[in-house]
Design a protein around this ligand. Sequence first.
Ligand SMILES: [Zn+2]
Length: 147
Amino acid sequence: MTSSEYQQSRNDNMGICRACGYEQSGCEPDARGYECEECGQKAVYGTEELLMMGKLEVDPPLDNPHDETEGFRREMIAEQQANIKFRKILEADHGQVWDTDQLREEFEVIGFMAPFVAVKRISDGVKGSMMFQHSPRFYYNWVGGDY
Ligand SMILES: [Zn+2]
């Protein structure tokens, strides 16, 4: 079984009967001794359990059958969603909002004077200021031409 097949099988809650080899659905990854729908023996084990028992070969081998990056990836997704939500709130209060990449496309940063940033609009050279906030970094409240 390849690592991706293993992950798939684990995510799909597939178990394998050690008596007849039948692949059974609805088995938690750590299931042990479930009754086989095919042969009736209590020999169905979850894929993760089989791997732990050394009864399943995965190629290439997994360093850790529990995906260590999973929690980290979940956190990143949660953070992105929080940022999107936060941006919507800023937009509702201040109109247009720029993230760092968008700011660089439209403006040249002249200087930071927290919570303000002095910028020059690249398209027409108009200087102005914006407010910014850290983490997530967003720029908003553009006021131009009063420098
Ligand atoms: Zn069986």
